[in-house]
Design a protein around this ligand. Structure first.
Ligand SMILES: [Fe+2]
Length: 172
C-alpha cells in the first residue's frame, strides 16, 4: 500500500498517460502546462515559497489523465482523474487534479500552493501554446466564465511575489 505522499516520477506519469490512452493533443497540452507550472514553481521558490516541485510536475502531467475518456462519457474529468489517481495510491496528486478546473476555495494570500500553480498554468496554455488569461478565457467562455475571477486572483498573487509581468511567460 502506497502512502499519501507518494508522487509518481516523470517516467511513471508518461507511462500512465500512455496506459490511459490520452489523445496526442491532450498530451501536448499537458507537457506545455507542465513547463509553465515548473517554471513558476522554481521562480516562486527562489523568492521564498515552499512549493513541492516534484508534486507540481506530476500533477501537471496528469491533470487531464481521464479527459480523453470523458469526452465520450461527458463525466467531469477533474473528478474522475482525481478518483483514479487516489485509487492507484497517488492521493496528493489526486487532490491537485480535483481542483485544476475550479479551485473552489480561497487560498492563503501570502503563500502559493501546488493546486494554485497547476490551476493557473492550465489556464495559461491553450492547446499547446502559452497565452494570456484574456485569450484563454475568450476560448473557454462557456465553460469557465464564472470562474474567471478566481484565476485572476491567483495571477495577481503569483506575479506580486515574482515582481514580473504575466506576459513574460509568453517567452518560455
Ligand atoms: Fe483539464
Amino acid at each position: 500500500m502506497k502512502c499519501a505522499e507518494t508522487i509518481p516520477t516523470r517516467e511513471e506519469c508518461l507511462r500512465l498517460m500512455g496506459e490511459y490512452r490520452m489523445l496526442e493533443n491532450i498530451i501536448s497540452h499537458s507537457l506545455a502546462v507542465t513547463k509553465v507550472a515548473l517554471f513558476l514553481s522554481v521562480e516562486l521558490n527562489r523568492r521564498g515559497q515552499t512549493i513541492d516541485v516534484r508534486l507540481v510536475e506530476a500533477a501537471s502531467l496528469l491533470h487531464d489523465l481521464t479527459k480523453t475518456e470523458c469526452l465520450k462519457t461527458r463525466e467531469d474529468h477533474a473528478m474522475t482523474g482525481s478518483q483514479l489517481l487516489k485509487r492507484i495510491g497517488y492521493d496528493r496528486v489526486g487532490e491537485i487534479v480535483a481542483r485544476h478546473i475550479w479551485l473552489g476555495r480561497e487560498g492563503d494570500p501570502s503563500c502559493v500552493c501546488e493546486e494554485e500553480i497547476v490551476n493557473y498554468a492550465d489556464k495559461r496554455v491553450m492547446h499547446d501554446r502559452i497565452v494570456s488569461l484574456e485569450e484563454r478565457f475568450r476560448d473557454l467562455k462557456e465553460r469557465y466564465g464564472k470562474h474567471g475571477k478566481e484565476v485572476y486572483g491567483i495571477e495577481n498573487k503569483i506575479f506580486l511575489i515574482l515582481q514580473t509581468d504575466p506576459d513574460d511567460l509568453q517567452d518560455l
